[in-house]
Ligand binder design. Structure first.
Ligand code: DX5
Ligand code: ZN
Length: 218
């Protein structure tokens, strides 16, 4: 079943509590919280203290997407600050197996995030370390900013990953992130993705409820 993750990166961050209420009322399933360190990507967003504050006012569970160079240094602290699931990039500098273990030891689902230029062959050897409730985040833009254009070429990658998971009898979720709106979401779902991250399209919508609904199966 499709789940909708509302990214707050491009929302009015001076009113985060209101934003979290609006997207919850609109029917989103999760908040998506993008952490950037100015090293892994050339942008800075928000970190631990903002997550702690958001956690106190948010009714939705929070999916933390770490776009940082050394996720292993921080995953436990993000779990303690209120993350309900955590993804990190396989292109980061941390030991992947240890980072997955720490996320699991915190009792959280783990996501492996894959940038557009990274081949799936780099991901496949790591998949045995994941559990059934975990997820693969295939980036459909280059990580770092909201409001970018969806990269068509990633559709092929979603199809290939989906086929691979079926062949291996794995029940991992496939999450997509970047340029997701009604039409691109439909194509990603058809290709095999079930977790839709969407930012600008939801937070700038005149009717956020219709926007969230349009990301799910008709
Ligand atoms: C990009 C972030 C995304 C971003 C999506 O690096 O990971 O989560 O907020 O924003 P939209 O939906 O506007 O492309
Ligand atoms: Zn993200």
């Amino acid at each position: 079943m499709t789940k909708v993750f509302a990214s707050i990166l491009n929302a009015d961050l001076a009113h985060l509590a209101d934003v979290s209420t609006v997207v919850a009322d609109a029917g989103a399933d999760y908040l998506h919280y993008d952490v950037m360190d100015g090293c892994f990507v050339d942008n800075l967003s928000f970190g631990l203290p903002v997550l702690q504050s958001l956690k106190r006012c948010a009714s939705l569970p929070i999916d933390v997407h770490l776009m940082i160079k050394e996720p292993l240094r921080f995953v436990k602290r993000f779990a303690e600050a209120g993350a309900d699931m955590i993804s990190f990039h396989i292109e980061s500098d941390s030991d992947i197996s240890k980072t997955i273990s720490v996320i699991h030891a915190c009792g959280l689902p783990c996501g492996l995030a894959v940038s557009p230029d990274t081949p799936l062959e780099q991901l496949y050897p790591i998949l045995p370390l994941l559990n059934d409730n975990d997820y693969i985040l295939l980036m459909t833009v280059y990580p770092g900013w909201g409001s970018q254009k969806f990269m068509e070429e990633v559709l092929q990658k979603i199809r290939a990953l989906s086929a691979h998971l079926k062949a291996e009898h794995r029940n991992l979720h496939i999450q997509v992130d970047g340029g997701i709106q009604a039409e691109t979401a439909a194509r990603c779902r058809e290709a095999g993705a079930d977790y839709m991250v969407s930012g600008t399209y939801i937070v700038n919508a005149e009717n956020p409820q219709a926007a969230v609904a349009s990301l799910r199966e008709r």
